[in-house]
Design a protein around this ligand. Structure first.
Ligand SMILES: CC(=O)SCCNC(=O)CCNC(=O)[C@H](O)C(C)(C)COP(=O)(O)OP(=O)(O)OC[C@H]1O[C@@H](n2cnc3c(N)ncnc32)[C@H](O)[C@@H]1OP(=O)(O)O
Ligand SMILES: CC(C)C(=O)C(=O)O
Ligand SMILES: [Mg+2]
Length: 561
């Protein structure tokens, strides 16, 4: 075989044919969430967390509302042991929160684990051993019975140690580690053997945790394994079925979600998916998946930035900016058609109606993000994005013809800069292109109203003062008439739009005008303290721009001659 040769691999075996129900089910409620941040997450770090870091992360996990927290492997590491002691001695475990500790089926480690828990009022003892064919044959070199014996002996030791502390509310959990690559009949057999020792009842249920230790197959395989197990395990009403998925194929969240459809009721994971290899199941993502479907996740994820800060600082692992739901860039659209659709949908979205905004699966405000970041402009953006930014930050509402005129300039500019354009630079570009305050400029004007609007306007033209008078059905047409009479130029208003301004601008009004000047189409803009002044200045801008354009074409003709 060559080094990259798919024939090296085999598809994972499926469970036997059975009456599969999960594809027709929908999720209706949140599972019991279990944080593995302080154990599986910690065991995947280059530098495991110190006790102080564990304390900080613990507080965050509890703040989010997770009620079952795996706090470590106290028989294996001194910081884990010390952390458990701190929790107990400093009375740090709130009412309603239960801690869990992991231990392999080895007598001295079980003993040490119970020692770490002296003084606790309730806890989950989580016992595990590996069950897959590979583990049996290549790691433990044992047959099925040998592996069952390890589990049964471990279960007995746990029961015996627990019985020495009858005042404690113990709960027992067993994981056939590597469940998803274990033959399903063997997984069932070993779990039955453990239950025979623990004798769970509906009032004192044990937890059977079925880990996708290494994700080797699609999430539908995992769902089949879980449902098959649920249908065939005895004492179902005395068992809590828990799942623990890893992300080797990128499907940890999907596998957990389908496992819930398949009958699991408890999900182990970490807050942002840190964990062995590609990580554990990401609790924030799964919880937000439920939230976005109208299901209460039972966790407070309204301040994900706080979670991100604590998790990244404690683990030393940065988060991807496109991390599902909470990444820095996930509510930002650069591409033109997305920006256009977001802008239009947001305008129509009422406060009290179901969320219906294109390209935004949830309202970013729910998790403390604002609309500031929703639309950003680069060379992939169209008129929607720049229009949104000008409206949002300056209250400028561009008429459609001005959007069409400005959009290619914005695109050229962001291509030239190879980057993002701020609303400020888009505004600057608008005025630099479509406003000219010289050589013709407005000095003063007076309006008088009779049957028609009368205008007396004082201008500065190439340094000379000019006073004109005209009549029309508005200030602009009175000015046009006066100007035509004085210059003989043919000037018509093709389109016109003005409005008052909000936002950060100093001006109170803005006007856009599209003129026909001696057959030449010119678009112009101006701002001023009132709409009449802004309109007159917009026309003056248009006349100046027409003069510039005529000057440019004269010099081109002169060059051609
Ligand atoms: C999928 C998971 O996340 S499982 C959790 C894994 N997490 C960890 O291992 C982190 C903490 N572990 C440790 O620090 C160490 O492994 C310790 C302290 C627990 C034990 O260390 P050591 O005694 O040196 O043993 P080591 O880790 O090499 O374990 C291998 C031995 O334990 C046996 N073993 C491994 N897992 C189990 C288990 N769940 N139950 C019983 N025996 C087990 C192996 O067969 C092997 O036995 P051998 O020594 O007779 O060959
Ligand atoms: C110990 C078990 C639950 C585990 O972490 C795994 O199988 O991934
Ligand atoms: Mg794991």
């Amino acid at each position: 075989m060559t080094s990259f040769d798919h024939r090296k691999y085999r598809p994972v075996a499926r469970v036997p044919a059975f009456d599969r129900q999960w594809p027709d089910r929908d999720l209706e409620s949140a599972p019991t969430w279990v944080s593995e941040d302080l154990r599986d997450g910690n065991q995947a770090l280059l530098e495991p967390m110190s006790v102080e870091q564990k304390k900080r992360l613990w507080k965050q996990i509890v703040r989010v509302g997770i009620e079952e927290v795996v706090v470590g492997f106290p028989s294996a590491s001194q910081p884990d042991y010390d952390f458990v002691r701190w929790l107990i001695e400093e009375d740090q475990i709130p009412e309603g929160v239960t801690i869990s500790v992991l231990v392999p089926c080895r007598e001295h480690l079980i003993e040490k684990t119970f020692e770490s828990l002296v003084g606790i009022s309730r806890a989950i003892i989580h016992l595990y051993n590996s069950t897959s064919t590979t583990q049996r044959e290549r790691v433990f070199e044992m047959d099925r019975q040998g592996i069952i014996d390890i589990a049964v002996n471990g279960a007995r030791r746990v029961r015996e140690h627990a019985s020495r502390y009858p005042q404690v509310d113990w709960r027992f959990q067993y994981s056939p580690e590597s469940f998803s690559t274990t033959e399903i009949d063997f997984s069932l057999a070993i779990c039955e053997a453990v239950m025979d020792v623990w004798q769970p009842t509906p009032d004192s249920r044990c937890i059977l945790n079925l880990p996708n230790t290494v994700e080797m197959a699609g999430p539908h395989h995992h769902a089949d394994q879980i449902e098959y197990f649920c249908q065939n395990i005895s004492r179902r009403d005395s068992v809590i079925i828990s799942v623990h998925t890893h992300n080797d194929r990128g499907g940890a969240v999907a596998a957990a979600e389908l496992a819930l459809l398949a009958g699991a009721e408890r999900v182990e994971g970490t807050l942002l998916g840190n964990g062995e290899r590609t990580g554990n199941m990401d609790i924030v993502t799964l919880a937000m998946n439920l939230y976005s479907q109208g299901i209460d996740p039972g966790l407070d994820l309204s301040r994900p930035d706080e979670i991100i800060q604590v998790v990244t600082e404690c683990t030393g692992i940065p988060m991807h900016p496109r991390h599902p739901w909470v990444g820095e860039m996930v509510y930002t659209a650069f591409s033109g058609s997305h920006q256009d659709a977001i802008r239009k949908s947001l305008r129509k979205q009422g406060d009290d109606e179901p969320w219906q905004v294109a390209y935004l699966p949830i309202d970013p405000r729910d998790i403390g993000r604002d609309y500031q970041a929703v639309i950003r402009v680069n060379s992939q953006s169209g008129k929607g994005g720049m229009t949104f930014l000008l409206e949002r930050d300056y209250g400028i509402s561009l008429p459609r013809w001005m959007m069409l005129a400005l959009a290619p300039l914005v695109q050229q500019e962001s291509e030239r800069l190879s980057g993002e354009l701020s609303s400020e630079s888009i505004r600057r570009l608008l005025f630099a292109t479509f406003m000219r305050e010289a050589p013709l400029s407005l000095v003063d004007y007076r309006l008088s109203r009779a049957s028609e609007e009368g205008l007396t306007i004082t201008l500065q033209n190439d340094g000379e003062r000019l006073e004109l008078e005209g009549k029309g059905n508005g200030a602009m047409s009175a000015f046009m008439n006066a100007w035509q009479q004085h210059t003989g130029q043919q000037v018509g208003i093709l389109d016109y739009n003005e409005h008052s301004l909000g936002g950060d601008s100093d001006a109170d009004a803005i006007a856009f005008v599209q003129l026909n000047v001696d057959g030449q189409r010119v678009s112009a803009v101006a701002e001023d303290s009132d709409t009449v002044s802004a309109s007159l200045k917009a026309v003056i801008s248009g006349l100046n721009l027409a003069r510039e354009m005529a000057g440019a074409s004269d010099s081109l003709s002169a060059m051609a001659e």
